[in-house]
Design a binder for this molecule. Structure first.
Ligand SMILES: Nc1ncnc2c1ncn2[C@@H]1O[C@H](COP(=O)(O)OP(=O)(O)OP(=O)(O)O)[C@@H](O)[C@H]1O
Length: 877
């Protein structure tokens, strides 16, 4: 509408004023029964929603227009928000019929990807976080996260790597930062987030302090334990400010802010979260760990599990507490089953109570809240009764269960109130009655009587008139415009008495009213108006009563989420035959018959996963070099070791026969560059910088996984770098990080001779008839040679090429790696068969010759050589 400035109508003017207040937002402008969009907004909306884009002449200029009926908002809004739009909903703020002049309009809500209560926008099993990042001085950043739909609010502070990790762990739907830091933000965190930039002044210390203390109505932030996070506070202040800016003023359920404690959780660098596929698969169709672990039956449990998976603990006590509870559930199958049965019936308590706090709860949802709360009484009772577990852990855990029980508030007063007042079949809409039970309010009951009697009278009237007039199809109906009327089909029109007043003519019927009908209509409508008003009042009182319980119900939701997650761990342990790990403060990892929790679930029917033992410590076996051919199972072994450790520290049983886990504080993962080729991160440089970052952050409790490191360069460079890294990890002056080093370079097996804590293992394969059989068993000792050529053979490479490759390799391997390699290549035995496959005149011969002559064999890794061979083969086929 902005284009027609000269001929601005009052509606144009109103639109432009509102539009200007919400820059960057797509404005849904309510006109009558429609939400309309104009200009650029219309173009975007029509594209995202697939609705018709029209053009109209607006004061000489053409303007785009697209709209949809107001009742479709719930359908269309989520689509816009998911597409990353910020949507300003502009409603009519007064009854158009009563308006003098143009209807008053205003934005009632600005829905953004990170700020939404709409069930259609939200994923029930995931949190929907809004994040704010504040760039402080010297590599320090503040971070705050809020899920407005649950009220969870957190602050943190740390360096860029930490904030990056947190952003990856919580994957917020929207990230706020200061305009001036745009470049920095993109550089550090990429462009994968929906972002919104705010002005510099929103990022002030005092501003944030004031915003937070006035929101929480406290004088200091000490009570929340965040007062030592000045940058985190600024970020949190920005979030509160943003909520107000987006017209979210009722946020009483955001009743506390917690500190995200870096020191409490295992440090997982972002490569580890990605590489171990904890919550997201690396490739489409892949299965992340969470999918295996998630047997939760409540939305709160599902959301908590996501957090536990990316934030494993590193202190013994809380880990053991979780494990002991899981054990108790396993020992008391009946208790576990009955708990699961009740948990299943608890809806989304957490989001329901948020809706109460912001007064957006529908009558039907209040009914759901009641049903959820009803489950707490039996849950509390079963957790308070002493379980029958025999184990020592069971006995101590029963105390833990009681602790959960004690924290559950059955909210009996509220429960009873809702139960007596709210009808079980309460509707979604609040303005049309049908919400409140009889017996709650005498006047309401009386009015219901009147309305009912009136309707009953009308029914009698219809029967009487049918008989009197002889019109068999006569019926009394109601619509908003004419109220009650008598409808007569055209066939019987001539039988209508003269004193009936005709109101409307349809294609095949006529509608009439009579004074008697109108008299009763008034009685009924009057009664109904009053009924709706009284019901609304009682419903609102009920919601007000529920707001008193926001804190208690949020606490219930937290306890339920913990119980559900632990119960899920028990279910999965029973189902997949996991064992309870022994958690120690020592530095040993001792896994007997460990398995990969995801791969073992995906093997074809009849195949079973080959379990493996693995031992690492800081004294005798700190670094294991694992050699073996492609596809042998090296990566699987590396990942399963980390997954077992992390699962244990989440408080989950593990896929092994036995496992002793000396608590790990950091897990680092590096995968050789060629694995990342598809993501365009192939540069060897990247790999090396990332590896350097590991080496600078080691600790005595770190677990390092190096998978094919160094393969992004030529064999000799690769071997040398991998060699140097292993050596460094072994000789580090302060820390002995436990390391698994998977490699094709069997040359690295030499290391074990010089370094006492480096041990060689290989994933066994059997060669039979020149073929490889994968045994998947980890065995002590190194490998004799590489197997790339065998793999090429399995892949169907022509025999001639395979033979020649073997010949070249034997020659290269004859002596030590440090020998003059250029000379060795020169000395390669002549190929007797290579050219015989061509006719002398074949033009491909020249091309092939040329390609071969420019090939620098010195810089090729075995894999690259194979790829090259493959390319050459394609050329001639
Ligand atoms: N212990 C095991 N039992 C059964 N199957 C296994 C086992 N380990 C691995 N596998 C299967 O073998 C496949 C290849 O394993 P993995 O990727 O770990 O090999 P790799 O040695 O790392 O190979 P590459 O060097 O090519 O990366 C896995 O996808 C899995 O299906």
């Amino acid at each position: 509408m902005a284009k027609s400035a000269q001929k601005e109508t009052p509606l144009n003017k109103q639109y432009n004023q509102i539009k200007a207040k919400y820059p960057g937002a797509l404005l849904l402008f309510r006109v009558g029964d429609f939400y309309e969009t104009f200009g650029e907004d219309a173009i975007r909306a029509s594209k995202i929603l697939g609705i018709v884009l029209t053009r109209r002449n607006n004061g000489g200029a053409h303007e785009e227009l697209a709209g949809f009926p107001h009742h479709s908002l719930d359908n269309y809004l989520p689509k816009l928000v998911r597409a990353g739009e910020r949507v300003a909903i502009c409603d009519q703020l007064e009854d158009p019929a009563a308006a003098k002049g143009i209807v008053k309009r205003g934005v009632t809500e600005l829905v953004t990807p990170g700020v939404s209560y709409n069930d259609n926008v939200l994923d029930i099993r995931k949190n929907n976080y809004l994040a704010a990042v504040h760039f402080g001085k010297e590599d320090q950043l503040g971070l705050s996260l809020l899920d407005i739909s649950t009220g969870e609010f957190m602050a943190a502070q740390g360096n860029a790597a930490y904030v990056d990790k947190m952003l990856q762990s919580f994957s917020p739907s929207e990230v706020l930062f200061c305009k001036k830091n745009k470049q920095e933000f993109l550089q550090l965190f990429g462009d994968k987030f929906h972002t919104f930039q705010l002005e510099d002044w929103c990022f002030g210390d005092d501003f944030a302090h004031e915003k937070l203390t006035s929101h929480f109505q406290t004088t200091t932030l000490k009570g929340f334990g965040i007062d030592t996070l000045p940058l985190g506070i600024v970020a949190a202040g920005v979030i509160i400010h943003y909520l107000l800016e987006t017209e979210h003023r009722q946020i009483g359920h955001v009743s506390r802010i917690t500190r995200l404690e870096e020191e409490k959780y295992v440090w997982l660098d972002r490569f580890t979260i990605r590489n171990l596929e904890l919550v997201y698969p690396q490739q489409e169709g892949g299965v992340p760990l969470i999918q295996i672990l998630d047997q939760t039956v409540t939305p709160m449990g599902a959301r908590l599990l996501r957090k536990w998976v990316v934030l494993p603990l590193k202190e013994k006590m809380p880990v053991e507490e979780r494990l002991n509870t899981v054990e108790l559930f396993l020992e008391n199958e009946e208790l576990h089953e009955s708990l699961t049965h009740h948990l299943k019936q608890i809806g989304d308590l957490e989001r329901l109570i948020s809706k109460v706090a912001v007064r957006r709860i529908s009558p039907r949802e209040l009914g759901q809240l009641k049903k959820s709360l009803q489950q707490l009484t039996p849950v509390k009772a079963m957790l308070s009764a002493p379980p029958t577990g025999e184990s020592a852990a069971g006995k101590t855990s029963s105390g833990v269960l009681r602790k959960y029980a004690d924290q559950l508030n059955t909210c009996s007063y509220l429960l009873e109130k809702i139960d007596t007042e709210l009808r079980d079949d309460a509707p979604v809409a609040i303005h049309q009655g049908g919400m409140i039970k009889s017996g709650v309010d005498a006047e309401l009951d009386e009015l219901h009587g009147i309305a009912f009697a009136g309707k009953d009278y009308l029914l009698k009237l219809q029967n009487r008139e049918t008989e009197k007039t002889g019109i068999p199809s006569l019926k009394i109906a109601f619509n908003k415009v004419f109220g009650y009327y008598l409808e007569v089909t055209n066939a019987h029109k001539n039988k209508v008495p003269v004193d009936w007043i005709r109101k409307q003519t349809l294609v095949n019927a006529e509608r009439y009213i009579t004074p008697e009908l109108k008299e009763y209509e008034e009685k009924i409508l009057n009664a109904e108006d009053k009924i709706f008003a009284i019901e609304l009042r009682i419903f609102n009182d009920l919601v007000t009563a529920a707001t008193e319980y926001v804190g208690a119900i949020q606490q219930n939701a937290r306890i339920v989420s913990v119980l559900d997650t632990l119960s899920s761990f028990a279910t999965i342990a029973r189902k997949n035959n996991y064992v309870k790990p022994i958690i120690t403060e020592g530095k040993e990892l001792d896994i007997k018959d460990g398995r990969h929790p995801v791969i073992e679930q995906q093997l074809p029917l009849g195949e079973s996963y080959v379990p493996n033992d693995l031992f690492l410590d800081n004294e005798s076996q700190q670094i294991i070099i694992i050699t073996g051919p492609n596809m042998a199972g090296k990566s699987a072994l590396l990942r399963q070791t980390a997954l077992i450790v992390l699962m244990a520290q989440m408080g989950c049983y593990v896929p092994a026969r036995e496992a002793t886990i000396g608590l790990v504080d950091k897990v680092f993962t590096r995968v050789g560059a060629s694995d990342n080729l598809s993501r365009g991160e192939s540069t060897f440089m990247v790999e090396m910088t990332e590896t350097a970052s590991i080496l600078n952050n080691l600790s005595d409790r770190s677990l390092v996984l190096m998978d094919e490191i160094g393969r992004g360069t030529s064999t000799y460079d690769g071997v040398s770098i991998a060699w140097a890294i292993a050596e460094y990890l072994h000789t580090h002056p302060s820390f002995r990080a436990k390391t698994l080093f998977a490699t094709h370079y069997h040359e690295l097996n030499q290391l074990a001779e010089d370094f006492p804590r480096i041990k060689n293992f290989n994933v066994a394969v059997k060669e039979s008839d020149n073929k490889i059989i994968f045994l998947r068993k980890l065995k002590p000792g190194g490998s004799e040679h590489s197997f790339g050529i065998h793999v090429a053979q399995i892949a169907g490479m022509p025999q001639l090429i395979v033979l020649r490759a073997s010949e070249i390799m034997q020659h290269l391997e004859k002596d030590h790696v440090t020998e003059n390699k250029a000379q060795k290549v020169k000395d390669l035995p002549k190929n007797n068969f290579q050219l015989s496959i061509f006719e002398p005149a074949d033009p491909r011969l020249e091309e092939l010759k040329e390609k071969l002559s420019i090939l620098d064999v010195n810089t090729l890794s075995p894999i690259e050589a194979l790829l090259k061979l493959n390319e050459l083969k394609k050329m001639i086929s």
